[in-house]
Ligand binder design. Sequence first.
Ligand code: NAP
Length: 288
Amino acid sequence: MNANASPIVLDGRALAREVREELKVRVANLKARGVNPRLEAVVAAQDPASLAYVEMKKKWAGWVGIESGEFLVTADVSQTQVLDHVAKLNADPKVHGVLIQHPLPGHIDEDLVLESLGAEKDADGITSHSLGLLTAGLPGFRCATPLGITKILDAYNIECQGKNALVIGRSNILGKPMALMLLEKNATVTIAHSRTQNLAEICREMDIVFAAVGRAEMVKGDWLKPGAVVIDAGYNKVEGRATDVGDCEYESCAAVASAITPVPGGVGPMTVASLLANTVDAAEKSLV
Ligand code: NAP
């Protein structure tokens, strides 16, 4: 990995386009065999950001031929009703993937809802069962965002074996599964979080840096070893900025990195593509 004033821009949007084209063919094959892949979402009705994410996921699902539906959790929908709905989705052979969009409204116990979802339909790969399978190195659905990131690494032939990799963030949907997937790729993994001391110094030792924090432009170019690879999963709204920004300050990091994901157009599109791929995998499994 060499320092480079013009790093390779890891184009998740282009890669997601390729993945969707492949999925479209697989979905057509499934339909020819009488299986209509279906993805169902459970989403907070009064959360505009969640609704927008789900709409976008449904749009791309439709593009590849996956049918979709949603259950809107309004203020007057009870915990029992949400659990009953998930139980119905678990039992419905026409449903192959279920997305529980975080966050559900405050009166709903989101963990309880997640744990009620059958692992074989967990297309987002975020239940404790799916995380357990990942931890044990057993087959199962992998969490969509880190899975999408591994596809980016593979597509650009970014070698992880023996490299020092830093994951900043330890959430169950991103930081922890990312670290485990990097371990599977034989990286030497360090996980940082809000109590980590001397983060910039630790970062300077790293060959690959994964930012999954939720703090706009926290990682600066002078935190990086020259030639480091930067994967930025962050999506942050900043007043006065037309588009979301990442957890890494793009200009200063790009000046030092050998490769970097842009925001938007890096990790985000591959998250959606991986959710769809998991749903198609589930539908294919229903054939055997
Ligand atoms: P989260 O659950 O809020 O977790 C954030 C993590 O960052 C926590 O582990 C926290 O540490 C750590 N952190 C907070 N401040 C820190 C600091 N100053 N230094 C080091 N670590 C710090 O967030 P998330 O759901 O993982 O999401 C992270 C980011 O990814 C967000 O910007 C989110 O929008 C984005 N995201 C993107 C996609 C995508 O498809 N691209 C998908 C999901 C999320 P503690 O554990 O100590 O609190």
